[in-house]
Design a protein around this ligand. Structure first.
Ligand code: SPD
Length: 288
């Protein structure tokens, strides 16, 4: 019997749970120690190319749509006129690619602290990084927390496409960051922020919901499926100063986008806010 040798990559990071995740590797395409973190890009057997930062699986070609489409289109299909959009983090480009599918976008700024993530993703992951040269895009390689603290009422929608609350992204999970997020948005602005898994990180979610409620009039939480993330899913804080995620949902706008998408549709939008009872109970009095 021929013997197939196997190389596996195992996620190093355990945030609140004893668990791990392994993927079989066909090739290692890049490794680079930037000023901020170790950046790796693999060709996996089952999920296509994958970006890994400091040992944590960030995104894969096969399931990235479950994350990027939901981070972007949910707030963009609630805000009536999202002309000025900011992405914080998101150096792989997947979030930016989705933002630019909205024709009303005039300005799409991206603030990614680590320019080497952008550089390597442009080289090895063009399916995600295909939109950096769009004329509406300005790239800032700066600290996202400082960036928003210095700008007031500057954006209609802000998308926080962060890694987990360790290393360079930890500051994006602080109370001060949520205060500055609110002030950086115009009076009817909406932010969606990467807010972890209801199964593995309920304490993080409760803390973020408290910040959301403190600084936004319409706080909510929704989730999506991503098989290569811990527990196969991940959620987002929906931080809105005026618009309700379901009552103000522009269903026609969402329907018109569907032919360009692989995950998001109007039914997914509405269903994503229906939370299982165990997490509703934890969020009782904050979001419900
Ligand atoms: N546990 C990993 C969470 C990563 C979320 N951000 C991914 C960035 C993809 N653009």
């Amino acid at each position: 019997m021929p013997f197939e040798s196997s190389i596996w990559i195992e996620e190093l990071y355990e945030m609140e749970h004893g668990r791990t995740m392994k993927l079989k590797v066909a090739d290692k395409l890049a490794t680079y120690d930037s000023k901020f973190q170790r950046i790796e890009i693999y060709d996996t057997k089952a999920f296509g190319k994958m970006l890994v930062l400091d040992g944590v699986f960030m995104t894969t070609e096969v399931d990235e749509m479950g994350y990027h489409e939901m981070l972007v289109h949910v707030p963009m299909c609630v805000h009536p006129n999202p002309r000025r959009v900011l992405v914080i983090g998101g150096g792989d480009g997947g979030t930016l690619r989705e933002v630019l599918k909205h024709k009303e976008v005039e300005k799409a700024d991206i603030c990614e602290i680590d320019g080497d993530v952008i550089r390597l993703c442009r080289e090895y992951m063009p399916a995600l990084s295909c939109s950096f040269d769009d004329p509406r895009v300005t790239i800032y390689t700066e600290d996202g927390a400082k960036f928003i603290a210095e700008r007031k009422k500057a954006y209609d929608v802000i998308l926080v496409d962060s890694s987990d609350p360790i290393g360079p992204a930890a500051v994006l999970f602080s109370e001060e960051f949520y205060k500055n997020l609110s002030e950086c948005l115009d009076d009817d602005g909406i932010a969606s922020t990467q807010s972890e898994s209801i199964f593995y990180h309920p304490n993080v979610i409760v803390t973020l919901a408290q910040y959301n409620k403190k600084f936004f009039k319409v706080p909510s939480y929704y989730y999506t499926m991503v098989p290569t993330y811990p527990s196969g899913m991940i959620g987002f804080s929906f931080c809105s100063k005026k618009y309700h995620p379901i009552n103000d949902f522009k269903e026609e706008k969402a329907k018109a986008l569907v032919k360009q998408l692989r995950y998001y549709n109007p039914d997914i939008h509405k269903g994503a806010f229906a939370l299982p009872q165990f997490i509703r109970t934890k969020l009782e009095g904050i979001l419900y």
